[in-house]
Write a protein that binds this ligand. Sequence first.
Ligand SMILES: [Zn+2]
Length: 84
Amino acid sequence: MTRRCREWLDRLSLYLDGELSEALCRELERHLAECPDCHVVFNTTRRTIELYRRYGRPAMPEEARARLFRILHLDDLRDLRVDL
Ligand SMILES: [Zn+2]
């Protein structure tokens, strides 16, 4: 990851919020097309934001939740629907 990458990553949220100028958007898109590192970060961030917007707080699958509570020895609390 180069210094240039870091500069773009700093602007990533602006871009995703649609607050980056048209010219900078084009430039960022060009960078993403040729930089696999930024491409991955960008896609992951965008997906996370999309899921968050669509579903609100990320829900934990019931099975993972049960496992977590077991590991933490919190089985008794499981039915309290503690917000994780
Ligand atoms: Zn990059």
